[in-house]
Design a protein around this ligand. Sequence first.
Ligand SMILES: [Zn+2]
Length: 315
Amino acid sequence: MNANFVVGTASAGPGEKGFGTLGVPGTGVTMPVAVIQGRTPGPCVCITAGVHGAEYVGIEAAIRTIGGLDPLALSGTVVVVPVVNTPAFAARSIYVCPLDGKNLNRVFPGSREGTPSERMAHALFASAIRGADAYIDLHGGDLNEALLPFTIYFGGADPEIVARSCEMAEAFGISHIIEGSVAGSAFEAASVAGIPSILPEAGGQGILDEAMVAIHLRGIRNVLSTLGVIPGAVEPAAPPVHVKRFLWLRSDHAGLFYPRVAVGDSVAEGEVLGEIRDWFGRRLALVNSPAHGSVLFLVTTPATNPGDPLLAIGA
Ligand SMILES: [Zn+2]
């Protein structure tokens, strides 16, 4: 068999690397896609980044993965979409796609007839994710967010898929691991569809931080070697810390957010983590910690709106 592996216009025969685009019908949107097919059979791993268009650390790690993988040394196939949300990337948009104001990672598995984000989700899911045996969706803090690296997997799928997703999370090597749920996210939709999946987060604030890129690159290598796609041993990482509860605090007000903590800080239940003030400097609310834990995620720019995330505590 010398079958070509095809995603969108990208095609690769055994031992080949192919580049192309995946078009999203009815939107004019295309996303870049690379297919790297090994010479010998093996699992198909899908890697995506830039579902949020300004999370550059994941995007850079995906781009370097395309360049770094040698198809002659591969068993199986790796499909990489280094920037999924190309409209958001072009606009440097936080959270949402500028074409419809929707968060792409809340609309998976998408819809063929929906809004641009829903169509993008559908095209990616149907063409790149659905056929994979494992899925890694690289994220990080957005332009306005700092975070301590962590990996999420979905706990509500078939127990076999949950167990394999957890193994992938541990292999990836970021110490903080969260069994959680993000409704409409790509990794959750993939898990429900029977594909072991993880969402690793590293980096943030629009900074192309080499140390954070290295965390994602080590994680990708570790997962690929655990699955037998690339040769070589798994690079040992710090022992995993399984976070039991991941608590998101959100703003009830429009105004300015002034955090009093930094990512990585340990906090006590009831501790004041920050405050929200109005445009005249008057306090609108204090933000208190709902539990003992550590700050895994923090919004680091002042603007806040009702419903916006402020920070997250791993308890
Ligand atoms: Zn993200």
